[in-house]
Design a binder for this molecule. Structure first.
Ligand code: PMV
Length: 324
């Protein structure tokens, strides 16, 4: 193979039913299925260039050489692509986010979804959506949900072959808006790779996982029926269950900051007074406050006025990962 290149764009996603814990860490086979919404206003753009002159893989993030841990993770991912393609050449990856890195919005989902598409294309593969989703899953579990469009469900599956995400509704199906309250971080957080490993050490994890099929059904139906209060109820419960597992694991993981809890309380109060809002929180202190288009400016202003909120990002549902 001579030189070859491809560029792809993918969105991050926010899970309403969360993935926490793997039953197979290497293959990133999840303990439970999950459901998410792509965030269309946020994106990662990744180019992969293959050249026989390269002697090693290189990863550049926002124009800078990435740290050694990220370099190794990307090279391991490229090994998976090379093994499918029957290739051995090294590649240069250039990736940029249109949202501030370090703002605390997890970018591994959009990063590995865009990389799966760009790298597989550059190595001459023409993968189906299902194959791409399985491939992205190997880089970061939640990345498999950023391959299909709109609202996706990651099927728990029985193994590598059947654990991938499918779209359950297109991005324009429902005019939800994610208002992300960015909270200042005072300490370094434990990343999700380490966090997934700790999930089994909580005695609540089995109960959370056992009840997941019920919550997945409620969430899928709420999306298909555009039933905001049903989605609010199941998504807040699911976020609370995941954080209950986190704070009871050994060592414990406390991602909430005081401002996180303040927003959780305000969101419940705003909803009580008739505003369509609910919260969901990932492995960090930021709060994703979901509302409908008509209320999004109001919700953003309310969030921005709270102490401890550094800024508020917002996004409508996003489409599938695609080549550019
Ligand atoms: O894909 P990872 O390994 O970054 O894990 C994502 C974990 C959560 O964001 C906390 C939940 C989820 O389902 O996105």
């Amino acid at each position: 193979m001579s030189t070859n290149s491809a560029t792809a764009v993918a969105c991050p996603n926010i899970a309403f039913i969360k993935y926490w814990g793997n039953r197979d860490e290497e293959l990133r086979l999840p303990a439970n299925g999950s459901i998410s919404m792509n965030l269309g206003d946020l994106s990662t753009r990744t180019s992969v260039m293959i050249d026989p002159a390269f002697s090693s893989d290189q990863l550049h993030l926002d124009g800078q050489a990435a740290d050694p841990v990220s370099q190794r993770r990307a090279a391991t991912f490229l090994d998976a692509v090379r093994s499918i393609a029957g290739e051995h050449l090294c590649a240069r990856i250039e990736s940029t986010n249109n949202f501030p890195t370090g703002a605390g919005v997890a970018s591994s989902a959009s990063a590995y979804a865009a990389l799966a598409l760009a790298a597989s294309t550059a190595f001459g593969l023409n993968l189906s959506e299902r194959e791409l989703s399985r491939l992205a899953r190997l880089g970061s579990g939640s990345a498999c949900r950023s391959i299909p469009s709109g609202f996706s469900e990651w099927l728990v599956g029985t193994g590598d072959e059947d654990s991938y995400a499918v779209s359950i509704a297109p991005h324009d199906y429902w005019d939800l808006v994610d208002c992300v309250a960015i909270i200042s971080q005072s300490h370094k957080l434990v990343g999700s790779t380490e966090g997934h490993r700790l999930a089994v050490s909580s005695l609540l994890q089995n109960a959370r996982v056992a009840d997941a099929p019920r919550r997945l059904t409620l969430c899928r139906e709420a999306i298909l029926n555009r039933d905001f209060s049903a989605l609010a109820e199941v998504a807040e419960l699911d976020s609370n269950l995941m954080h209950a597992v986190m704070v009871t694991s050994n060592p414990r993981l406390v991602y909430y900051e005081p401002a996180t809890v303040l927003i959780m309380k305000f969101v419940a109060e705003w909803r009580h007074y008739g505003l369509p809002v609910f919260y969901t929180i990932d492995a960090g202190p930021n709060v994703h406050v979901i509302t409908l288009t008509d209320h999004s400016k109001h919700v953003q202003a309310l969030l921005a006025s709270l102490p401890g909120v550094e800024k508020v990002l917002s996004s409508i549902p996003g489409g599938a990962a695609h080549l550019v």
